[in-house]
Ligand binder design. Structure first.
Ligand SMILES: Nc1ncnc2c1ncn2[C@@H]1O[C@H](COP(=O)(O)OP(=O)(O)OP(=O)(O)O)[C@@H](O)[C@H]1O
Ligand SMILES: [Mg+2]
Length: 501
């Protein structure tokens, strides 16, 4: 058979199919629809015919999307004639460029876990545009849980707009619906929904999990099998990033860094790096380093492992302790410059020993810097789960370069004396003050002195003489003026000493 005759046959078949469809419509109109609906049927019939024409045309251009057959549509249309308007709505929805996905709380008689994660995610979508919130408090908790309370939430993901709607329950089953443009089907059903569910679950997890602080037990106690390597208590430090008195820009930078780390599993996998991050907090005593660790733990919902290096005998014990930590935790070594030195206890021991014995003992017992670094790099890189490492020091200059090199300590955060920006946060925390006539004077004095946030906070709490806000601020001014005087006389004395040398 030649190619032209095949094509002719195909055309003929197509014409016949069209003819038979048209015949079928005429038969249905004449035999079923007309007798049922009388004279007005001509108008309705022509409407249906018009509709079918559109469907047929679209079907030819979008054969995959419109799998439904003409016959099925016709039967559908006829069945729904009394509800023609409803049918028109459905038809419009059918041709709309938007698609929808429904999530019911109960699906096929089973609880749908994605539903609650989505609801949690939607409740957490809070920004400055949101007007409706709802508050609740769980038993035994002091803090109120404030959530967004909107039936409609607009979301954006990788430039794609998504509309969520919490629907009225049907048959007692709660549900929500998401609408998106069909062209974004892949993004929405792929990464976006996975992101929403995971994010919702992680918010739920964080709420469930109580943050704890672990402290290592002295190693001689490990032999008693009732005693674990770490002892823990609930961590209830009230510090948050809001209450941290420091430069707001620096604060934002740290927060963004932490949150990017928390959500960075894919990124760390992609670049082939262990999912861990090191922060070195340095600055004078009382500037907020320990408070920052508490704020970090509260922000991330991570437990703290506070390692006291001086109660560990050797590298082997250190390794055991590191292996016994869990993921999603902050591993802390405070005053790292002092901790890595030999402890006071060991020095006492050494006083009664010969030099050779001391050397031998040191070799056997000492927790070495290289040991610490190797374990942190090695063990934690092998675990594959997220961990944060925080070292603090008052003397950055004393630290070994190996300890603070980039890649090990990813972010160096300097804590300094209290300046005006930090003071404003303390004034808000302690006195609920946004501004005051005395602020200008305090700003000048803070620029001329080196008072730590801890001392400023203490002075704001002192209430001698005049009571209330004025009393606190005046007390601080007196303390700052005294400090300025002391600083000045110290400098004078130094000058005199230098000149008389
Ligand atoms: N930046 C700050 N923001 C808020 N409060 C602070 C800040 N710095 C200090 N404080 C207050 O002072 C107290 C002491 O601060 P913190 O223990 O955090 O200092 P630190 O830098 O860890 O000191 P050290 O080096 O002696 O360990 C805290 O309990 C806190 O109330
Ligand atoms: Mg501290």
């Amino acid at each position: 058979m030649s190619q032209t005759s095949v094509r002719k046959d195909q055309k003929l078949l197509l014409l016949q199919t069209k003819k038979s469809k048209r015949n079928l419509i005429e038969i249905l109109m004449g035999s079923i629809v007309k007798p049922m609906f009388g004279d007005n049927i001509t108008t309705i019939g022509s409407n249906i015919a018009g509709l079918l024409f559109i469907i047929e045309t679209l079907r030819r251009y979008f054969p995959v999307h419109l799998k439904i057959t003409i016959q099925e549509l016709l039967v559908n249309a006829i069945q729904r004639l009394p509800f023609f308007k409803k049918c028109a709505d459905k038809t419009l929805a059918f041709f709309s460029p938007y698609a929808q996905i429904r999530f019911r709380e109960i699906e096929e008689y089973k609880h749908n876990y994605a539903y609650s994660a989505i609801k949690t995610y939607l409740g957490a979508q809070v920004n400055s545009q949101v007007k409706n919130f709802k508050g609740s408090q769980a038993r035994g908790r002091e803090s109120l849980d404030i959530k967004r309370d909107d039936d409609k939430v607009e979301d954006e993901y990788e430039g794609v707009k998504i509309w969520w709607e919490v629907l009225k329950p049907t048959d007692g089953v709660k549900m929500c619906r998401l609408t998106f443009h069909r062209s974004n089907l892949e993004v929405v059903t792929g990464s976006y929904l996975r992101y929403v569910v995971e994010e919702g679950k992680s918010i739920e997890e964080k709420k469930k999990k109580k943050v704890k602080i672990f402290m290592n037990n002295p190693s001689p106690n490990w032999k008693m099998f009732t005693m674990n390597l770490w002892s823990s208590i609930d961590f209830e430090h009230p510090a948050t990033f809001d209450t941290m008195a420091m430069d707001p820009k620096k604060k934002d930078e740290i927060m963004i860094d932490l949150l990017a780390f928390r959500d960075g599993e894919e990124y760390y996998k992609k670049i082939g790096k262990a999912w861990k991050r090191g922060y070195l907090l340095h600055g004078p005593p009382g500037t907020g380093k320990s408070t920052m660790i508490a704020a970090m733990a509260n922000l991330m919902g991570y437990s703290i492992y506070d390692l006291e290096l001086t109660s560990i005998e050797n590298n082997w014990e250190l390794k055991k302790l590191l292996l016994a930590t869990s993921s999603k935790s902050i591993f802390v070594i405070e005053d790292i410059d002092c901790s890595l030195d030999l402890t006071g206890e060991r020095r006492v021991k050494e006083d009664h020993q010969s030099n050779a014995e001391i050397k031998k003992e040191k070799k056997k017992n000492a927790v070495t810097l290289s040991g610490l670094l190797n374990f942190i790099d090695g063990i934690w890189s092998a675990c594959g789960q997220e961990r944060i490492l925080v070292f603090t020091t008052n003397h950055l200059g004393k630290l070994d370069q190996a300890l603070i090199r980039r890649g090990r300590m990813d972010m160096h955060i300097e804590f300094s004396y209290c300046r005006f920006e930090a003071f404003k946060i303390l004034a808000k925390n302690y006195l609920n003050l946004d501004s005051h006539l005395l602020f200008e004077k305090i700003e000048t004095l803070l620029g001329e002195t080196n008072m730590t946030p801890a001392d400023v906070a203490e002075n704001l709490m002192v209430k001698d003489g005049e009571s209330g806000v004025d009393g606190s601020l005046k007390g601080l001014i007196r303390a700052l003026e005294q400090m300025k005087l002391n600083q000045h006389s110290n400098e004078q004395q130094k000058k005199i000493k230098y000149l008389t040398k």
